[in-house]
Design a protein around this ligand. Structure first.
Ligand code: ADP
Ligand code: MG
Length: 246
């Protein structure tokens, strides 16, 4: 589903992704871990063109982008990739002036040009999947952070993505609201969604991930099954990272 080869990215001369080779199989759940500043967000954002590539190439769901392609071609291919890729951020970024349902169906109306009636039917199903059908007419300001993030997930699912990217989806939430969002993500995992997740929720990572990808200083230091990673990390840097968690 995802393959990057020699992916590199610099900001103002500082190389923050150094030749990243990442592969994610269909239905695989990969959790990206690493210290702050290690390049996790930049990697996720590079996958769908929110960051421009400086070097290397990537392929997402069969669409290929090479850093060396003409800019127009890259942009067109990233537009295609974004159509197949749902992304959920720490900040929910819902439209404040639209209801929960309005937020979920926005892309169906504007991108898919669906009739309102049909979009509403799908939107209600999606809100049902995240347990929020009863809140469909509420505005974001009247929803808790956990509910807003579940609406954001439903909104991402509306485009029927082939994969979902999550960047610290629970980091902005009060502790008591984290569980409901993780439960929705667990459900997605059970349904066979391909997911790449950056999270600080280690118990969740351990339970849900098929593979942990550990980054530090812009490189992938180690990739392991969760049990092995947490109990017997190979690298000194991973050991240090895990020890700091306790
Ligand atoms: P992580 O998500 O692992 O905390 P990031 O991918 O956000 O790490 O950041 C990796 C490095 O890139 C950090 O040194 C960060 O300061 C830098 N960086 C990220 N985004 C930008 C940007 N837009 N401009 C300049 N530097 C950036
Ligand atoms: Mg980050």
């Amino acid at each position: 589903m995802i393959q990057t080869t020699g992916l590199s990215k610099s900001f103002n001369g500082l190389e923050v992704l150094k030749s990243i080779d990442l592969r994610v199989a269909p239905k695989e759940i990969v959790v990206l871990l690493g210290p702050s500043g290690s390049g996790k967000s930049t990697l996720l954002r590079s996958l769908n063109g929110l960051e421009e590539l400086d070097g290397g190439s990537l392929e997402v769901n069969g669409v290929r982008v090479e850093a060396s392609m003409p800019s127009k071609k890259k942009q067109a291919n990233f537009r295609e990739i974004r159509r197949h890729t749902g992304m959920v951020f720490q900040q929910f970024n819902l439209y404040p002036h639209k209801t929960a349902l309005g937020n979920v169906i926005e892309s169906l109306l504007t991108v898919k040009k669906m009739k309102k009636e049909e979009a509403v039917k799908i939107g209600e199903q999606l809100l049902g999947r995240v347990g929020l059908l009863a809140k469909k007419d509420e505005y974001p300001s009247r929803l808790s952070g956990g509910q807003q993030q579940r609406v954001a997930i439903a909104r991402a699912l509306a485009m029927e993505p082939a994969l979902m990217l999550f960047d610290e989806p629970t980091s902005a939430l009060d502790p008591e609201l984290v569980g409901e969002v993780l439960e929705v993500m667990r459900q997605l995992a059970r349904e066979g969604m391909t997911m790449v997740i950056v999270t600080h929720e280690m118990k969740f990572a351990r339970q849900v991930a098929n593979r942990i990808v550990f980054m530090d200083g812009g490189v992938i230091v180690e990739e392991q099954e969760p049990e092995i990673f947490f109990q017997h990390p190979e690298s000194e840097r991973a050991r240090k990272f895990i020890n700091q968690l306790q």
